[in-house]
Design a protein around this ligand. Structure first.
Ligand code: PMP
Length: 354
């Protein structure tokens, strides 16, 4: 670091994105992307939109917001878009946490929550997941903090019910409750259904997973008009043009092709069942996942070794070198062929370990 870097960042450990090595071609099962390309409609609209890049983009994302609002049964002023849902989450930390209002989230969850809190010097509390990696929803009742919960959670793939989310929101009337639904299209019920009755609730979703637009960086956040206005106040103070023209167009194209998204989600869910069954038959512990990944551990091969063995065979998975996750690897669900290659490589690694 340079000698000019503010000391307020002395202890900051930045988020580490999943690796993207370029040394050879890999089967990429490490960052929960879709194995399918963006829909043809999304690609066509993006190409067309590229012709007008000399102009600033629409800061309100009007056409896309209207389409999303219609599809979700919301009013356009209940929707805000971001540069990935990462940005909508970041805006929420900025808007709803401060020295007197800490954030609270599970100890094992999306790693960015902790980084957002630390980079902004915000206090936060983590709640340990239960032994089976489920979220102890009771720990969030009457907690008086700004709640961040990924549902399904990552990297565990486990769900809270809508009734549990409602209980959390209702018991914290003085605080914002943010439900991160990055993986909701692969399982579970969306808390968007609760927005009518929970005025403190915000729900984020993304185009990165089910809609194959991770590289486009497009996220959404839904809430009351008043809360969305809070977030707009922050957005317009940082980066009004946060979603570029090509991405807005690609997003609209993706929504015009919802059949494509739905069909892809069904394939991922089938491949998830297949992979879970196969891994279990090889002796892995794999909890049922409601996301586009599974978290798997084998009694004979620790996560780090599995990760390294797979990487040397051209397959990338995610390994978290932390106390409770060390036995595990997180495997993104890809095409059937990709999952068969993964399982073949896993068998080789297990045979070598015997
Ligand atoms: N929430 C969770 C739980 C995630 O796993 C991710 C991406 N890895 C995100 C949010 C952010 O996704 P994006 O910014 O691509 O929308």
């Amino acid at each position: 670091m340079s000698r000019f870097f503010s000391h307020k960042y002395d202890k900051l450990t930045p988020y580490v994105p999943g690796e993207q090595p370029r040394d050879r071609s890999y089967i990429k099962l490490n960052t929960n992307e879709s194995p399918f390309p963006p829909s043809p409609r999304a690609q066509a609209r993006a190409a067309e939109a590229a012709k007008t890049l000399q102009l600033y983009c629409d800061p309100e994302c009007t056409a896309l917001v209207e389409k999303i609002a219609e599809m979700k049964g919301l009013k356009p002023d209940q929707v805000l878009l971001g540069n990935g849902s990462d940005e909508t989450l970041y805006l929420s930390f900025l808007a709803y946490c401060d020295r007197d209002t800490p954030a609270i989230f599970p100890d094992i969850t999306y790693g960015f929550y902790k980084v957002f809190a630390e980079s902004l010097n915000l206090p936060y509390v983590t709640v340990p997941l239960e032994a089976d990696f489920s979220i102890d929803h009771k720990a969030y009742l009457n907690c008086g903090k700004t709640v961040f919960i990924a549902n399904p959670n990552a990297p565990t793939g486990q769900l809270l019910t809508l009734a549990q989310i409602r209980e959390i929101a209702d018991s914290n009337p003085g605080n914002a409750v943010i439900i991160d639904e990055a993986y909701i299209d692969f399982g579970g019920e969306s808390a968007v259904a609760l927005l009518d009755t929970c005025e403190n609730l915000l729900v984020t979703q993304t185009f990165s997973k089910s809609r194959s637009l991770a590289g486009g960086r497009l996220g959404m956040i839904f809430g009351s008009q008043a809360m969305i206005n809070d977030l707009k106040t922050i957005k317009y103070s940082i980066n009004p043009y946060n979603v570029n023209t090509v991405t807005q167009a690609a997003g609209l194209g993706a929504l015009e092709d919802e059949d494509y998204t739905r069909a892809n989600c069904e394939i991922i869910k089938e491949n998830r069942s297949f992979t879970t069954r196969q891994l279990r038959s090889l002796g892995f512990a794999v909890a049922d996942s409601y996301a586009n990944f599974v978290l798997a551990a084998h009694p004979a091969v620790p996560g780090g070794e599995l990760y390294a063995g797979l990487k040397s065979r051209g397959i990338l998975v995610r390994y978290f070198n932390t106390d409770r996750l060390r036995p595990y690897v997180r495997i993104t669900i890809g095409t059937k062929q990709e999952m068969e290659s993964l399982l073949g490589a896993v068998k080789e690694i297990l045979e070598e370990a015997q």
